[in-house]
Design a protein around this ligand. Structure first.
Ligand code: SAM
Ligand code: SF4
Length: 512
């Protein structure tokens, strides 16, 4: 009853109503989405190629154009789309992949999401939240042992982990500094994945240095949303969640991350929902759109009634198509593919234009410093199925403490090597954010394809730092070869920046 009372105090109806249109409607027009998908079946190649040209010009597509791409079935045309997606990713972001790690702070939750192990009905879940001391230990391990610079901190929704806890825990992460081989390491950007907040709370998070604010809508389809979240839980309020990002931007939290949990409803509808959301954000006064989009697929979760076998399960081929269509529909946006997916799928996703990946991922509470889950992430010789006993043993995962089971146990080091073999450089850089390249500014740079130049140079420097501080000699060798290749390319592309850059690079290599 106390939880329910707390829940009621969270939602501020006026912070939803202010964003509705003059008819009191929100921006998800289901009938229009169904119509667009129906009317664009069997698209002809010329129409598709015209749309690809628009994506190449880094313009957000219309719902109709996106529906056309979703309806492409011809394998050759799909391949052409995938190639164009990669071309756009390289143009906007270059060959950088930003690395991060999730840090689960708590598994208390008042909600009843039928797909999640943290849901309140799961009485077998061992509930707890990290103390500030534990958070500092986790952040120390992440920064000091793995070399991570960016985290996404993850919370359930519960009075024990309210806004005061969010604030204090983020501060605790930023407060950690650990010695490394050549200097010190710390976490420089903390993104947050938590429940929808009100504007006052969002301002408080902005004050403590929140990076990207992520809230996934899970499903844009209202009946599905109701079916999987019930009617009584706090999360059951579709519009409170739908306008979380509008509130964030009102609170000057410019970088917002959208997402859908794929597998709950028809994936084509959900991609259209994401696109509608991006366009709604682009049309606000703030006008920035989405900083990132995430597209988790439903994974097996402890005691969760809804599993991947549901009728809306997304096949691997469709999953890769989702990535391609998102890359083309919102060409400037970061795309995050997490370790829920297997190594093989993530490697393919890289070639479709994703921009961010986690590594050395542990989602058990306190798992980075205790090492009980996925201890240093040795890759099993054969990938076992995630849901079976072999899978659990191979990754040493604790199902009764985790939200779901992971698919890719690669460490940062292993990811760095795999990315290098695909021709990509791992970026540990957070400089852009720290010098104010965020929000509207970063979006302008991304749309004009100028961001890649700055970030690439910073990526090389921070990669060098990471190699020196954390890599084994073998990985250092692979990394150094990649850097030499990048330096040659950078000289050609940005001769003016190159001389200044070489100076920084030399100083970094010498340990400055
Ligand atoms: N509690 C907050 C919320 O629900 O918004 C944020 C944290 S929740 C732990 C982060 C995301 O994990 C959810 O938004 C959902 O998309 C995803 N998730 C939940 N259960 C999942 C499952 N079984 N498989 C894959 N992703 C899942
Ligand atoms: Fe709670 Fe989030 Fe899990 Fe739903 S998805 S039960 S809100 S932690």
């Amino acid at each position: 009853a106390r939880d329910l009372q707390w829940s009621r105090s969270i939602v501020k109806p006026q912070e939803v109503e202010k964003y509705l249109d003059s008819q009191g409607q929100d921006f998800i027009d289901e009938q229009a989405i169904f119509r667009a998908l129906e009317e664009t079946r069997n698209p002809d190649p010329r129409t598709v190629r015209d749309i690809l040209d628009k994506s190449r010009a880094i313009q957000t597509l219309t719902p109709r154009e996106t529906a056309v791409l979703l309806n492409v079935e011809d394998p050759e045309m799909l391949e052409e789309m995938a190639q164009t997606g990669l071309e756009i990713k390289l143009k906007v972001y270059d060959n950088r992949i930003v690395t991060f790690a999730p840090l689960y702070m708590a598994n208390h939750c008042v909600n009843s999401c039928s797909y999640c192990g943290f849901r309140r009905e799961n009485t077998e879940m061992h509930r707890r939240h990290l103390t500030m001391e534990e958070i500092r230990r986790e952040a120390s391990a992440l920064a000091g042992s793995f070399g991570h610079k960016r985290l996404v901190v993850v919370y359930g929704e519960h009075p024990l982990t309210d806004i005061d806890y969010l604030e204090e825990s983020i501060n605790a992460v930023y407060g950690v500094r650990v010695p490394t081989r050549r200097g010190h390491a710390n976490i420089r950007r903390v993104n947050v994945n938590c429940a929808p907040l009100d504007i006052t709370s969002l301002k408080r998070l902005r004050e403590v240095g929140l990076g990207t604010y992520q809230v996934f809508q899970e499903s844009y389809h209202r009946d599905t949303y109701r079916r999987v979240h019930g009617t009584k839980s706090l999360k059951a309020d579709y519009r409170w969640r739908l306008y979380a990002m509008h509130r964030a931007q009102d609170a000057q939290v410019d970088d917002v991350g959208l997402g859908v949990l794929f597998g709950l409803y028809d994936w084509k509808f959900e991609v259209m929902g994401l696109l509608s959301h991006v366009r709604a954000l682009e049309s606000t006064d703030c006008g920035i759109g989405a900083h990132t989009i995430s597209f988790p697929r439903l994974e097996p979760a402890h005691n969760a009634p809804l599993t991947r076998s549901s009728r809306y399960a997304v096949s691997d081929a469709d999953f890769l198509k989702i990535i391609t269509v998102l890359r083309l529909a919102v060409p400037y946006t970061g795309l995050i593919c997490t370790a829920r997916e297997t190594r093989d799928i993530r490697n393919q996703a890289v070639l479709r234009g994703i921009t961010q990946m986690d590594a050395s991922t542990r989602i058990g509470l306190g798992a980075y410093s205790s090492g009980h889950q996925n201890d240093l992430g040795a890759i099993p010789s054969e990938q076992p199925a995630k849901g079976d006993q072999a899978g659990r043993d191979a990754y040493s995962q604790k199902e009764e403490e985790q939200q779901f089971l992971l698919g890719d146990p690669r460490t940062v080091e292993e990811l760095v090597r795999d990315l290098a073999s695909l021709g990509f450089i791992s970026s540990f850089c957070t400089a852009g954010y720290r010098i104010g390249r965020r929000g509207e500014r970063i979006m302008r740079l991304l749309r004009s394809c100028s961001e890649g130049n700055y970030c690439k140079l910073n990526a090389i420097i921070t990669f060098r730092e990471w190699l020196d501080d954390f890599a084994t000699p073998e990985t250092r060798k692979i990394g150094e070869a990649l850097i030499q290749q990048e330096l040659a390319g950078a000289k050609q592309r940005t001769p003016a920046l190159h001389t200044k850059f070489l100076d920084y690079y030399k100083r970094t290599s010498e340990g400055a």
